[in-house]
Design a protein. Structure first.
Length: 117
DNA sequence: CGCCTGACAGACA
DNA sequence: ATGTCTGCCAGGC
């Protein structure tokens, strides 16, 4: 299996596990998928979903500033609505509180090493 | 092959 | 806070 195919699969596995009301960042996904610093590639994978299908909670992925990045491809309003429906609250400047909303998988929480795979 | 553009992020001015 | 620069690398032209 090619490296990018593995990367993609790992990203999607992680996204599928994000609980309602919590979020993960692109850089975090890349890190846990074994490619620290490849946040842009994580975004590239998410972009391929183009929203909705796959039954994945794609809306639970935001950038490192707690802001929605899908505004660039026209999915911003939808993502915001879905997150609010999840119970996530945003401040007046459109940011959510990452320190209380960012979710880390159990495996990554206990061990000192952040990489998951 | 080169050049440019991205659902990004961190460092720095 | 805002803007610039660099690292990341797939895909379009």
């Amino acid at each position: 299996m090619t490296r990018d195919a593995e990367f993609r699969r790992r990203i999607l596995d992680l996204v599928a596990r994000i609980p309602r009301g919590r979020v993960m960042t692109y850089g975090q996904l890349a890190l846990l998928a074994g490619q620290p610093g490849a946040a842009r590639q994580a975004g590239y994978v998410m972009n391929s979903l183009q929203g909705g299908d796959h039954g994945l909670p794609w809306q639970r992925v935001v950038n490192a500033q707690g802001r929605i990045s899908t505004t660039k491809i026209g999915l911003g309003d939808l993502q915001l609505a879905l997150l609010i429906h999840d119970g996530v609250d945003f401040d007046s400047s459109g940011r959510l509180n990452l320190s209380e909303r960012q979710w880390w998988p159990e495996e990554a929480q206990e061990g000192g090493t952040p990489t998951l795979f």
